[in-house]
Design a protein around this ligand. Structure first.
Ligand SMILES: [Zn+2]
Ligand SMILES: [Zn+2]
Length: 269
């Protein structure tokens, strides 16, 4: 079975027609179930969850409208799931917990896109990388991601090493960053990490996460989800054969399927 649990409707309207384009691509690529995971900062109900003018400008949508659209697709019998991609920040845990409780999500993704005021994966702010110490950036990113895991708010951590998005990488073995994260995730029952093909479409040109991180996750019994992080219909399930190959090399035989907040393992492929 192939699933794609990370995609965004943000380049179109919250309409059945636009959402079905994502589903149609999935079906054509042999993907049996998809999950929508709109960015939380777009929704007025989540105003302030990302404290930055960039996010305020984009905080224009109604979460109820998005949820109702996906629930209507589910009610039709389409194999779709209701998800949300939430920017984690330690000081927003209570806000995030209340928001998740208020809607019938099948799963929620926890993501790090910001280190303080710096949206490190945004091409508009790529220059900031030149002013930063790579070791310190990686250390901060993986420390906050481990906090996201320990918060127990999420079902899955998205694109676990998205910090490499533009190809920046500190010298040496990165296990020093991966090990504490993996040990924290392993203590949280049923918390998955996402294997994402989105990195192949970014300057880094690699899957998220690195094989070394995925191997450590496997050794610690951590379950995974499979995702494209598509922002356009044509990217749903893109490059899946490469992700499946990596998973098989690492020894994964199952992926996680979510319904109403509970995960089950289904055969991969
Ligand atoms: Zn993301
Ligand atoms: Zn995303």
């Amino acid at each position: 079975m192939l699933l794609d649990y990370h995609m965004h409707l943000e380049n179109g309207p919250f309409t059945r027609e636009w959402a079905l384009k994502f589903y149609d691509t999935a079906a054509a690529r042999g993907i049996t179930e998809i999950g929508f995971s709109e960015h939380v900062y777009r929704f007025k109900q989540a105003w302030g969850i990302v404290e930055h003018p960039w996010a305020y400008e984009r905080c224009t949508e109604d979460l109820d409208e998005y949820v109702e659209l996906i629930l209507a697709l589910k009610a039709e019998g389409l194999p779709v799931k209701l998800g949300l991609e939430i920017d984690y920040a330690p000081e927003k845990e209570d806000f995030i917990r209340e928001l998740i409780k208020a809607y019938p999500f099948d799963y929620v993704l926890g993501s790090i896109h910001w280190l303080g005021d710096w949206g490190f994966d945004n091409p508009d702010w790529i220059d900031e990388w030149e002013r930063r110490d790579l070791d310190a950036v990686y250390a901060e990113y993986f420390r906050i991601l481990a906090q996201a895991a320990a918060s127990k708010l999420f079902h899955c951590l998205s694109h676990p090493d998205v910090i490499k998005v533009f190809g920046h990488r500190p010298p040496g073995d990165l296990t020093r960053f991966y090990q504490p994260l993996v040990e924290t995730i392993a203590k949280v029952p049923d918390l998955c990490i996402e294997v994402s093909t989105a990195g192949l479409r970014k300057p880094v040109g690699r899957l998220y996460p690195e094989p070394e991180l995925l191997k450590l996750a496997k050794q610690h019994g951590i379950k995974i989800t499979l995702a494209s992080d598509a922002h356009y219909p044509e990217d749903v399930g893109k490059d899946y054969p490469r992700a499946v190959q990596l998973l098989q090399e690492v020894g994964y035989t199952t992926i996680t399927r979510f319904s109403n907040g509970s995960g089950e393992q289904v055969p991969l492929g």
